[in-house]
Design a protein around this ligand. Structure first.
Ligand SMILES: [Fe+2]
Ligand SMILES: [Fe+2]
Length: 332
């Protein structure tokens, strides 16, 4: 069967039927459309985290990230720290974000394995299996990087962790696929681009460049699903999916913007996270830090744009994403 094969059939699942039907090989159809090209592209972009020299550290004295990279780095509390601790604060924010990303990579590996077992079409199974292998590579890469720089990751933040646990637990293929490929990977691509653009660590830059190429393809798979499959969902499942999308956006919003979510980083530096949060809020209310903040919420802006265009949300639901962005950029 060629590229006139209906794309939504690629995403059919084994649900409700005989799981052993997958052994009925006479009904297999070769697929030579977009998805096959994506599977071949994945084979060509293999890379090995062990060969990136992640253990080498070129920017020891400077800090991995610039000091004013995140809003807490521009507070009076940060300004009062000795220079070495000020640099550490900014790197601890990075450690916290990368730790959340490592949890996201573990969730992505788990969910791709689940999707691989649920899809019926061999091409969808092959893409999910290939993505699972790439997510395993990302888990290794972030584990190696965090181990070399800090020894251990932070536990995942409450909001993002709860959302990832829900995605793993839900029986809905649609929620899993949209949650990982559109929301988590959509956000991750923006976050990676932001970190890649600011870091002083060449090893981190090299690793992120590789990871971003993989994630762009995974995100593409989610967009392909959103284009073809939702029209076949019953209305009740569509509205459950829309609620799950809004919940995911809120979890990533909190993961990026909330000082409370990453409160673990402040006490070891002698800072009270509540004071830091009050100072960050005051700066937002004064619009004292609008340029940097806009840059910092870039991943959320990109994600809101993608979700707005995905057709998964009603116009009213899409407007609630804008409310989150307005709240992050200042004002409330
Ligand atoms: Fe990944
Ligand atoms: Fe991915």
């Amino acid at each position: 069967m060629g590229s006139d094969f209906p794309a939504s059939a690629l995403f059919r699942t084994l649900d409700g039927g005989d799981p052993g039907a997958i052994l009925d090989v006479a009904h297999y159809a070769a697929e030579d459309g977009e998805l096959s090209r994506m599977i071949r592209a994945a084979r060509a972009r293999a890379w090995d985290p062990a060969e990136l020299g992640l253990e080498r550290r070129a920017a020891e004295a400077e800090g991995i990230m610039p000091e004013g990279w995140f809003p807490e780095g521009r507070t009076p509390s940060a300004a009062a720290l000795p220079p070495a601790l000020r640099r550490r604060l900014s790197d601890e924010v990075l450690r916290w974000l990368l730790s959340g990303i490592l949890a996201g990579e573990q969730a992505a590996l788990t969910i791709c394995s689940q999707l691989c077992a649920r899809f019926a079409h061999p091409a969808a199974r092959a893409f999910a299996a290939g993505q699972a292998a790439e997510e395993a590579r990302h888990v290794e890469a972030f584990t190696r990087y965090i181990d070399a720089r800090w020894g251990a990751p932070y536990p995942v933040g409450e909001a993002f962790g709860a959302y990832l646990r829900d995605l793993i637990a839900t029986p809905s293929v649609a929620e899993k696929l949209v949650g990982i490929s559109l929301i988590v990977e959509g956000f991750a691509m923006g976050a990676f681009a932001n970190i890649h653009g600011h870091t002083r660590d060449p090893a981190l830059r090299a690793m992120l460049a590789q990871v971003m190429r993989d994630e762009a393809a995974h995100h593409q798979f989610g967009l392909m699903w959103a284009e073809h499959a939702p029209s076949e969902l019953p209305p009740a499942e569509r509205s459950t999916l829309a609620r799950s999308v809004l919940r995911g956006f809120r979890a990533l919003y909190l993961n990026l913007v909330s000082i409370r979510q990453r409160r673990a980083i402040f006490a070891p530096l002698g800072l009270d996270w509540r004071n830091v949060r009050a100072e960050v809020r005051a700066a937002r209310a004064d619009h004292a830090a609008p340029r940097g903040l806009e840059e910092n919420i870039n991943p959320l802006v990109l994600l809101a744009r993608t979700l707005g265009k995905s057709g998964l949300l009603s116009p009213g639901e899409a407007r609630t994403l804008d409310l989150f962005l307005a709240r992050a950029a200042g004002g409330a």
